[in-house]
Design a protein around this ligand. Structure first.
Ligand code: CMP
Length: 139
């Protein structure tokens, strides 16, 4: 089935000029770009986006990091693109992420409280629908 997923190029990826590289990999894989916006998200939006992590030690540092500068929010579309983008992104920890993946090729640990790992991707169809509603209510 054709799916949609919500991808974020996080502030570290934006600041390092990796937005185009991430989009290139998404397009090279054959997924379509449905919507795209550059914005600096406020904490209210991030608290909703990351609600499943409320109470975890990295929750507030994560939201602070994500609101620290511009991000690029993207809706992608394609057969099984939710699982497919997560495979492109690689493991959450950029040190452990395999070479060939976005995080494995381009990310590393910078010794900060939050894993700065360049991209976010929805982890299930339910999350994708919820997250697309947060970032692109018009869709
Ligand atoms: P993301 O896919 O956006 O979902 C939650 C984010 O929290 C994750 O990427 C990382 O940026 C961050 N994260 C997840 N686990 C940890 C952890 N153990 N310590 C610090 N940050 C984390």
């Amino acid at each position: 089935t054709t799916e949609r997923s919500l991808v974020l190029v996080k502030p570290d990826g934006f600041a390092r000029g990796l937005t185009g590289e991430v989009l290139r990999r998404i397009e090279a894989k054959g997924y379509r770009l449905v919507a795209l916006q550059v914005l600096t998200p406020d904490l209210d939006r991030l608290h909703v986006h990351y609600e499943e992590h409320v109470g975890k030690p990295f929750f507030e540092p994560l939201c602070e990091f994500m609101s620290s500068g511009p991000v690029t929010a993207v809706v992608i579309e394609g057969e099984r693109c939710i699982e497919g983008f997560r495979a492109l992104a690689g493991a959450t920890d950029p040190t452990a992420a395999l070479p060939g993946t976005i995080r494995g090729d381009l990310g590393r640990d910078w010794g900060r409280k939050v894993q700065e790992n360049i991209v976010h991707g929805s982890d299930s169809p339910e999350s994708a629908a919820r997250e697309i509603g947060i970032w692109f209510p018009e869709l």
